[in-house]
Design a protein. Structure first.
Length: 297
């Protein structure tokens, strides 16, 4: 499962609190993970080719679609991802993933064979991989299968990164804001809050602030783009009192203000502006805090 390393989270929080665009940090992390996967994949290919006597693509199926790997790896090697399998079959059990992976691999192999027999195609691709003093050369068919797996992995990493960035950063971001502005730990809570299934309308909460009488206020974080108004609708549905976002449209700002929800926009604002806006929210909600000398920043 995709997860953000601590240094990526820290760097993302730092950029957000300085009003900078955080997306380059995510892109860097995706590229690092992809290159690590690629190098490891190439090493496995060399080992597989050297330890098999088949001259066709069966060596790839034998080594990479085997029960030796977990279901996520098997799906990627076949040119699919587990989420797609779940969406199609309603389950991602390993035996289902293996079956689907084999079917997809067979389809790709037949498709590539048609390409190879096409006399109008004069294009050839060959990948040569060296490991130490030994080298293996992949045919057109083998190269295309490998390239397809790499493309699938890159898409999977990218989708996982952008879909989970908010969940990985939201709590560290609000904790850092509270620390910079002198909010005592007893007046905020960053624990994981899950939906109470006994309540009809209860929802997960990102963060809680407590005023001087320890009345709780829900806080929501969404690292969304300006053209994503449904995220603002979500904060309303969750009965949050504070909404922190990367960018907000003027319409969303007006909507939040009409509903009495405090908002904090990060992008294109200085660190001082961001912290001053947060202290305004703290003051308005009577959340105790101790401003640092020269301001909370």
């Amino acid at each position: 499962m995709f997860s953000f390393e601590s240094q990526v989270i820290d760097a993302t929080v730092e950029k957000l609190l300085n009003g900078a665009d955080y997306r380059q940090e995510i892109i860097n992390d995706i590229n690092t993970k992809f290159l690590d996967f690629t190098l490891d994949f190439f090493k496995k290919i060399v080992d597989a080719k050297l330890n098999d006597d088949k001259i066709n693509l069966d060596w790839y199926k034998k080594f990479f679609l085997s029960d030796e790997y977990n279901k996520d790896e098997i799906a990627i090697y076949s040119g699919m991802n587990v989420k797609t399998v779940t969406n199609i079959y309603g389950s991602a059990a390993k035996e289902i993933v293996i079956d689907v992976a084999n079917k997809n691999y067979s389809y790709l192999k037949n498709l590539i064979r048609q390409l190879e027999t096409d006399k109008t195609n004069d294009l050839n691709v060959q990948i040569k991989i060296s490991k130490g003093s030994v080298s293996v050369e992949l045919t057109l068919s083998e190269s295309l299968i490998v390239l397809n797996a790499l493309a699938t992995k890159k898409i999977s990493l990218r989708g996982g990164a952008w879909s989970t960035i908010g969940k990985k950063v939201e709590k560290p971001l609000l904790v850092k804001l509270c620390n910079l502005c002198g909010v005592e730990p007893k007046h905020y809570n960053a624990e994981h809050f899950v939906r109470d299934k006994t309540k009809i309308f209860d929802r997960e909460v990102d963060f809680k602030l407590y005023d001087k009488n320890f009345k709780e206020y829900f806080c929501e974080v969404k690292l969304m783009g300006r053209g994503n108004p449904e995220s603002a609708d979500m904060v309303i549905a969750r009965d949050s009192k504070v909404f922190v976002a990367d960018t907000l449209s003027e319409q969303s700002k007006r909507q939040l203000e009409q509903l009495g929800i405090f908002w904090l926009e990060l992008k294109n604002h200085t660190a001082e502006e961001i912290l001053n806006s947060f202290t305004f929210i703290l003051t308005s909600l009577e959340i105790p805090f101790t401003p640092r000398k020269g301001g909370c920043c």
